[in-house]
Design a protein around this ligand. Structure first.
Ligand code: FAD
Length: 376
C-alpha cells in the first residue's frame, strides 16, 4: 500500500507516528520549507494525552509543558464566575497539558523516521485515476498512491480538489494569539469574558504564558488583521487579572497572530481513495480546546483501521463511522459555548454570570469528562 499524507501538522504527524508503529509505509509531504509551526500555545486534555502516551511521546509533551489542576472563567474584571478544581479529574484520567505548539511538533517528530518526510513539498491537487490517486505537487511533479490522506488543515488543497459540498462558516468572532514571558500571577488557565470579547491566559511551561483573545467582528477584515498593538491594547483596556501585565509585555505588532475562527462540516470525509482528517475534515471553534485533540484521535483510529486485516475501502468507511458522530457533537458544543462567551449586551452578560455561578463547576467538569472519556 502506497500512502501519501498531505500536511505535517498535528494530525498528519500523529498519523505518521501511528502508521510507523504499525509498520505501514507512507510518505508525508509538508508545504512549509522548514518546521515553524504557526500559532502559539495549545492545551491537550486527557483524551489526546492518552493516545500520545501510546505513541510514546507523552513524556516529551509533559516535560515541555505545564499540567493544569484548575480552570477559571471570570468576568472581564477578573471576578470568577466558574472555578473548576481539576485535580481529581487529573488523578483519574491523567493531566491536561498546555505547551507551545513548536514543542508539540518536536515531540511528535521523535516518533517518525525523518526519511519519510518531505519539507517544502506542497500538494497542489489530487485526482482519482485508474491507476490510483494522482497527487500533483507544487513543483509540478506527479505521483500515484493507493491512498491520499488530506491532513492539510482548514484550507485543505486535498479537500478543494475532491469535495464540492463544503459547509464552511464564520463564527462571528475573530481571534489573536500571542506568547509572552511568564505573566505574573498566571499559574492556571484563566479565561476572562467581557462584552463581545474574551481574553484567556494559559501557562505553557516554566517561563512562558500563552494568551488568546476574541472579538465580535465581520469576517476577513483588514482592520482586524492589521490591528496594531495600540488599538489591541485599547480593546482590552478594561480587562483585569493578568491582562494589563500581558498587554504591557507586548512589544511588536507582529507579536499578535491573527485569524478568523471558522468551522468546516462535510457530509463525508471519504471520497474514493482520498480521506480527510483533522481541520481539513472538521475544523471547529477552539472553545472546547479539542480541535487538535480530535485530529489526534482521527489519526489513531485511521491508523488502527488501516492496520487491521480488511480492504482499504472498508477501513476508510469504519474510520468515518467511528469518528464522525463524536467529532460533530464536540464541534456543536464548542460552537454553542463560544456563542455564549461572545454575548454582547450588558443584560445578557449579567445573566450569563449568574447562571455560571449557579451551576457548580464540578457538574460541568463531570459532563465534560463523560464526553471526552467515551471510547473512540
Ligand atoms: C485560537 C485557537 C486555539 C486553539 N486551541 C486549541 C487547544 O487548546 N487544544 C486543541 O486541541 N486544539 C486547539 N485548537 C485547534 C487546533 O489548532 C487545530 O484543530 C489543529 O491544529 C488541527 O490540526 P491539523 O493537523 O488538522 O491542521 P494544521 O495544524 O493546520 O496542520 C496542517 C498542516 O498542513 C500543511 N499544509 C497546508 N496545506 C498544505 C498543502 N497543500 N500541502 C502540504 N502541506 C500543507 C500546513 O503547513 C500544516 O503543517 C485551537 C485553534 C485555534 C484557532
Amino acid at each position: 500500500m502506497k500512502i501519501l499524507i498531505a500536511g505535517g501538522g498535528i494530525g498528519g504527524l500523529t498519523l505518521a507516528g501511528f502508521l510507523q508503529r504499525n509498520d505501514i509505509q507512507f510518505e508525508l509531504a509538508e508545504r512549509a520549507p522548514a518546521w515553524a509551526p504557526v500559532g502559539a500555545g495549545i492545551a491537550l486534555a486527557f483524551n489526546p494525552m492518552r493516545l500520545l502516551r501510546e505513541l510514546g511521546v507523552a513524556d516529551h509533551v509533559e516535560a515541555a509543558g505545564h499540567a493544569f489542576t484548575r480552570g477559571v472563567i471570570s468576568k472581564a474584571d477578573g471576578q470568577p464566575i466558574s472555578d473548576a478544581d481539576l485535580s481529581d479529574l487529573a488523578a483519574r484520567r491523567g493531566p491536561t497539558i498546555a505547551l507551545h505548539r513548536a514543542a508539540l511538533h518536536d515531540a511528535l517528530l521523535t516518533a517518525i523516521s525523518p526519511d519519510a518526510i518531505s519539507l517544502g513539498q506542497g500538494v497542489e491537487q489530487v485526482a482519482e485515476k485508474s491507476e490510483g490517486v494522482e497527487a500533483t505537487f507544487a513543483n509540478g511533479a506527479t505521483s500515484n498512491y493507493d491512498l491520499v490522506v488530506g491532513a492539510d488543515g482548514i484550507n485543505s488543497a486535498v479537500r478543494s480538489s475532491m469535495w464540492t459540498d463544503v459547509d464552511r462558516r464564520y463564527s462571528g468572532y475573530t481571534c489573536w494569539r500571542l506568547v509572552v514571558d511568564q505573566a505574573s500571577g498566571v499559574n492556571e488557565p484563566w479565561e476572562m469574558w467581557g462584552r463581545g470579547r474574551r481574553f484567556g491566559v494559559v501557562p505553557i511551561g516554566p517561563k512562558r504564558t500563552y494568551c488568546f483573545s476574541t472579538l465580535n467582528a465581520p469576517p476577513n477584515s483588514d482592520a482586524m488583521r492589521n490591528i496594531g498593538l495600540k488599538r489591541f491594547r485599547e480593546m482590552f483596556a478594561n480587562f483585569g487579572g493578568a491582562v494589563p501585565g500581558v498587554l504591557a509585555a507586548l512589544q511588536h505588532d507582529d507579536d499578535l497572530i491573527h485569524g478568523d475562527l471558522e468551522e468546516v462540516r462535510l457530509q463525508s470525509w471519504v471520497n474514493g481513495r482520498v480521506v480527510l482528517l483533522g481541520d481539513a475534515a472538521h475544523a471547529m471553534t477552539p472553545n472546547m480546546g479539542q480541535g487538535a485533540a480530535m485530529a489526534i484521535e482521527d489519526a489513531y483510529v485511521l491508523a488502527e483501521e488501516l492496520a487491521s486485516d480488511q480492504p482499504i475501502d472498508a477501513a476508510l468507511s469504519a474510520y468515518q463511522s467511528r469518528r464522525m458522530p463524536r467529532v460533530e457533537a464536540i464541534q456543536r458544543q464548542s460552537w454553542n459555548f463560544g456563542r455564549i462567551g461572545q454575548w454582547e449586551s450588558g443584560l445578557a452578560c449579567a445573566l450569563r454570570s449568574t447562571l455560571f455561578r449557579l451551576v457548580p463547576a464540578s457538574a460541568a467538569t463531570k459532563r465534560l469528562e463523560a464526553m471526552l472519556a467515551a471510547p473512540i
